[in-house]
Design a binder for this molecule. Sequence first.
Ligand code: ATR
Length: 286
Amino acid sequence: MADSRETNMVKAFVTGWPVKHSRSPLIHGHWLKQFGIAGEYRREPVTVDGFPAFVASLKSGSSSYVGGNVTIPHKELAFHLADEPDAIASDLGAANTLWLQKGRLHATNTDVYGFAANLDEQHAGWDTADRAVVLGAGGASRAVIRALRDRGIHEINVVNRTPARAQELADRFGRAVHAHPIEALAEVVSGAGLFVNTTSLGMDGGEVPEIDFSRMNSAALVTDIVYVPLKTPILAQAENQGLAIVDGLGMLLHQAVPGFEKWFGRRPLVDEELRNLVIADMDAEQ
Ligand code: ATR
């Protein structure tokens, strides 16, 4: 059989360690089929030690990839090794999408776009909130903070178990961002218009703090970037208290759109069919 280089098939990848659980091949495979594009999107398991050589093979063209996605644990290194990281990747210090252009390796981070696009679709007007609370201060939290700041939310309160990590983000993202210890959660939630969970709290069977969401303002929204399960313990709590909720699956789907467009030249749609396909895959794994 001819390999993809001989047939000029456009090839993209997702790399991580491990990468076997990534749902990106399902998403991009669906779009390739939908458009009838003779392209390929495949998993590339690469260890941390092997990642620089993998990037070198991309840059030299020997791997014949046009670009791809990067997931844990390579996002920071991908940003550092890219020739042309954009402003978003630089702000976050991490990249999840790479592409070659005129022999240069470009990098961005589409989680910022994915987070906002999901809420735009599921809960238009979410960005009119004046005060937001972001629980967690890891890598995912950075993308959320950048999205909230881009949309002009005046006050972004980052609450974290380790206050120093929240302070680091406040220092990094400027005047709109304020750091708080987790003990201040109840007070910070009071009167807020948006609550975003970026932690895996409760997912390992551990305790989830009781949060009095009823103290948020009357039009408030609670969302989570974790999407397994779709209704996380924090979302379930908020829903029981009568708050509007949006799950995190749409962020995963929307963050894939800009990469597909760069590699394969068509802008795909996030629709119900795709969402159901991924949900069926999640169900099959349980
Ligand atoms: P990611 O890149 O996915 O955001 P991360 O960098 O490991 O992952 O960050 C995980 C976040 O979840 C952190 O804010 C972490 O709090 P710490 O900075 O104090 O570690 C938070 N987190 C994870 N488990 C938690 C728990 N049981 N209670 C409170 N916060 C937790």
